[in-house]
Design a binder for this molecule. Sequence first.
Ligand SMILES: [Zn+2]
Length: 453
Amino acid sequence: MRADIVIRGCLVVTMNEVADVIKQGVIAIKDGSIIYIGKAAEAPAFEADNFIEGDKKIAMPGLINCHTHAAMSLFRGIAEDRELDAWLREVIWPLEAKLKPEDVYYGSLLSCIEMIKNGVTCFSDMYFHEDMVAKAAEETGIRCVLSPGIIDVGNRVLGKMLLREAIKFAERYHGKAGGKVFVMLGPHAVYSCSLELLKEIGEKASSLNVGVHMHLAESEGEAMKIKEKYGKSEVELLGEVGLLRNNLLAAHCIHLSSTDIDLMAKHNVKVVYNPVSNMKLSSGIPRIKDLLDAGVTVCLGTDGPASNNILDMFDTMKIAALLQKAKYRDPRVLPAKKVVEMATMDGAKALNLNSMIGSLEVGKRADIILIDADKPHLTPLHDVYAALVYSARGSDVSTVIIDGKIVMEDRRIVNVNEDEVIEKAERVSYDLLTRKNPLRDFIWKLVERRLKK
Ligand SMILES: [Zn+2]
């Protein structure tokens, strides 16, 4: 049988419906898809251009980072140890007002490399200049779901303009780059978008047949202000404007009532749990066990590099599990296997890509990572899920295949020059700090005055 790539002799964690784990497994890839997966002893004889020896390696589906802002790598370490509100208004938003498309490109390129090196094969992003994020993703070979950010902060004209741009972006990019770029609309949050704008975004997302990606119930202060202003919770308001739906990807979801959780379960809303960012910005701890018990699909995200500060989903998996165990004082909460499912198959479901990625199965696209298990901290391997969640680190990933193409081999990034990108991103970041932009500073002051009201 003819294949492009054959991986042989590895321990395969499939994450298929019955969670098969195959010892001494073989995976064959042709034209970007998995054409065979099974035991070496039962596999047909393959002819291939590339045989990868998987001895002492674990093969698993690539990790899916469901919420980040890739370009924010430029702000890594810039505003540490502050609350979300002060962090956004005093530092991040004024800097973002000076961002040029080129900055977003280099920041995203840096993050794409970092994610690939940590075993992420698909990420979901929300930001400005998403065409630059698409360019960076395409050049590195990573799969992505991009959500152009939309806000109006009391300025209807700004909201309408950003929505119009987002629609154009969706028409141009959704399902493009050989099925590696997808689009959602990205209203920033309930507190930064008017109800009229949110309603309009919901209608446009339906007609474009794309999802909606937003921050929800992240800050307790904002959640309380919303409740005071409207007499309703953020989730209830989303219900009113028609945004509670099965393709709503809601990041954080910390300050929820039991009624909110029931509403989200009823409407099949998908939740992204970002434990590191939630801890770092002291936003609170989401009730993940209660969400799961209610039947909500929960996936994982790193959030942006400025509030994490690394895009390592292994780190996120471990903290995701530990934080919930501590919250509920019950070690049975979020068992390791469930956490791996959240980082793979549940992530694919949340992005509506589960027919394509999320598990290693014949017919699915080949988004596969190999983890080098020949390490002291991964020995002995009594429980592979526990090893992946509690022991493994992103730096244990040796090879990354996306859409059947090798994008990292023995930790070397294949498609772009890693050193050059690091140098360029560093330069752009320092330039941004000293850059003057009087017109943008003026506009920013107006926005800020509005926000303070
Ligand atoms: Zn975020």
